[in-house]
Design a protein around this ligand. Sequence first.
Ligand SMILES: NC(=O)c1ccc[n+]([C@@H]2O[C@H](COP(=O)([O-])OP(=O)(O)OC[C@H]3O[C@@H](n4cnc5c(N)ncnc54)[C@H](OP(=O)(O)O)[C@@H]3O)[C@@H](O)[C@H]2O)c1
Length: 328
Amino acid sequence: MKYIEHGKGGGPECMAVAESAIPQPAPGQILIEVVCAGVNRPDCLQRSGRYPPPPDASPILGLEVAGRVKAVGEGVTEWKVGADVTALTPGGGYAEYCVAAASHALPIPNGMDYATAAALPETWFTVWANLVDLGRLKKSERLLVHGGSSGIGLVAIQLAKHLGAECFVTVGSEEKAAFCREAGAAHAVNYRTQDFAEELKHITGGSGVDVVLDMVGAPYLQRNLASLRRDGRLVYVAFLEGSKGEADLLPVMVKRLTITGSTMRPRSLAEKTAIRDALAANIWPELERGELLPHLHARFPLAQATEAHRLMESSKHIGKIVLEVGKA
Ligand SMILES: NC(=O)c1ccc[n+]([C@@H]2O[C@H](COP(=O)([O-])OP(=O)(O)OC[C@H]3O[C@@H](n4cnc5c(N)ncnc54)[C@H](OP(=O)(O)O)[C@@H]3O)[C@@H](O)[C@H]2O)c1
């Protein structure tokens, strides 16, 4: 099969098409003939050598795919050969064939194309785990999402809307701000021209938000703590601007704040299966109804993975980037 190799790692140009044997599904796994693969920021980190895959995962890039089940491993009963699926993968998505746990796959919602379906798993698994399970976001609460126009950010806006929570976002341009408002954010702060904490204080009449979903890190810590109200939760999914710094932690005690966070990839099989089941029950029916839709910014043929990563690292995109791998 063809796949994207990234050699010893480096800039986007280190990626090239190569050939290898088709992987075989182990017990409990399915082999997927990949039609499209989603591109995620963690792929860029792995490519550059800063995010090594777990020891039991494929070293090939790619955390989500959509395609057809080509074979099933021993003990798999929930999927039949030929079924259309979208799946969270532990790696291996940038390839014509990819294995995934049968219990980490979901059906492609009715009428949805493979490219759109390939853009679902990584962001929905991550946002559900961090906003619902860790962040305990509830109806009528207020959420602040940094990086509102990212793949993760746009799903967070949709999930907040679905839960009946009010969502505020920060973004790096007026175009992104307008897009996020259109997507359902009550307010979008351009962090290049405004101080988000001051702006939020103004908008909320000084009361703040219940949950912050952050991917920026240390430079925002003090202002995140200031923006949270009593019993607030600060949830980290990344540290794009670093994880080390100094902060006055007094607000944590005074306002009984919780600071937490998580990464999806090293979670156990059972934990990811539980998230899959929650998404199947709560989110897939909404996707079926067309109520929730990922925004695809761009598609590239597999051989142009370099261009896809360049675009992602430019941060000019809004929403998801997808690789076209095989025939629909
Ligand atoms: N913990 C997990 O399990 C998990 C899973 C998936 C993804 N992630 C992380 O979540 C983040 C979003 O992922 P994604 O795939 O949705 O990425 P993405 O679409 O590339 O979005 C990242 C966005 O963050 C903003 N940004 C980039 N560099 C920044 C910087 N240095 N400072 C502040 N903002 C910056 C940019 O928007 P602006 O123009 O608005 O700045 C950019 O569009 C990534 O950091 C990724 O590693 C975590």
